[in-house]
Design a protein. Structure first.
Length: 319
């Protein structure tokens, strides 16, 4: 009896080992294919970025048709977000915003690719800071700055700020799951001198460099994961979970908080005007700074709603 049990256990062990070995080979093969595909994609994007804006925007017009009509990209999410955010608007008004959003989304994709080979001179022409004197005033006082905005306009171009600021520019980002593409895209984002800081390490990074003046850029309208969704407010007529990280960082460093109010001047050209949200964070009640920058973002979106990222599933869970 024990003999058969031992043989059964041996066969089971061999089957398990064979399965594990096969699983490892399969995972390794998938990883290798992913790396090859990613390298091909990076090469294709680089070559595409060499084209002039005029040709790229013609390509953008074609991409718009794919996103908006055939086959369409996240149409239900976009329509639901718009309807819930603007309940008083007519279907025609919502449809106009939707179409203009997809036009801009296609441009955004093309402009992001163009950043790969955009020169410093070109970058400064396409993204201008209207009031650098506000930032310089805080730096002159020996204060580091927390700058916040949203997924509005071409937020990737905010990294160009590093060309105008003589102090360190930190850009907070959420790492991609594809580490090879993440590394490539971070090189693009940091090409003008910005320091990329993963979201999970931002407090540690700022604290360890607190003796050096800096400006830290954060995009604050991402959806917190369920465990992190601890603070809710009304945003675009909906009960919305928001990150409180901007306020926590500002309080811990006693740094002024400014909002980057982005204006789309024309196709491919943007400007940013900084507006002070909180000069002295300690003078504000808990969550007051968070409410202030969320309200400012909402006002910017209401002004020209087509330039916000409506395809993001911002309200995928409620309290």
């Amino acid at each position: 009896m024990n003999f058969f049990i031992q043989w059964s256990q041996l066969i089971e062990s061999l089957n398990s080992s064979t399965f594990n070995c096969f699983n490892k080979i399969l995972n390794l093969s998938i990883l290798m294919v992913q790396k090859v595909f990613t390298r091909v994609l990076i090469g294709a994007l680089y070559l595409l970025s060499l084209l002039p804006f005029q040709l790229l925007y013609q390509l953008s017009d074609f991409i718009f048709l794919l996103l908006y009509k055939f086959p369409g990209y996240r149409k239900k999410v976009v329509q639901k977000n718009l309807k819930n955010s603007f309940p008083s608007k007519t279907n025609d008004e919502l449809g106009k915003i939707e179409k203009e959003f997809y036009h801009f989304l296609a441009d955004l994709m093309i402009e992001s690719v163009k950043l790969i080979t955009t020169s410093r001179v070109q970058a400064l022409k396409h993204f201008k800071i209207e009031n650098m004197d506000l930032l310089e005033g805080y730096f002159a006082q020996g204060k580091s700055i927390i700058a916040v905005s949203g997924h509005y306009g071409n937020w990737e171009m905010m990294n160009i700020l590093a060309l105008d600021v003589k102090y360190q520019t930190n850009v907070v980002y959420k790492p991609l799951t594809n580490t090879l593409f993440d590394s490539f895209w971070n090189r693009v984002r940091s090409k003008f001198g910005a320091t990329l800081v993963p979201m999970s390490k931002v407090l540690r990074h700022i604290a360890s460099n607190r003796k050096n003046l800096s400006i830290t850029l954060l995009v604050s309208d991402q959806t917190p994961s369920s465990p992190d969704a601890q603070f809710y407010t009304q945003f675009l007529n909906q009960h919305t979970p928001v990150f409180t990280g901007v306020e926590k960082i500002a309080r811990s460093m006693n740094s002024p908080v400014v909002f980057c109010d982005i204006t789309v001047i024309k196709r491919g050209y943007y400007s940013c005007k900084f507006v002070t949200i909180a000069e002295d964070p300690s003078a504000f009640a808990e969550n007051e700074i968070t409410l202030a920058h969320v309200a400012y973002l909402e006002g910017m979106i209401n002004r020209n709603p087509q330039y916000w990222l409506w395809s993001h599933n911002r309200w995928k869970f409620n309290q």
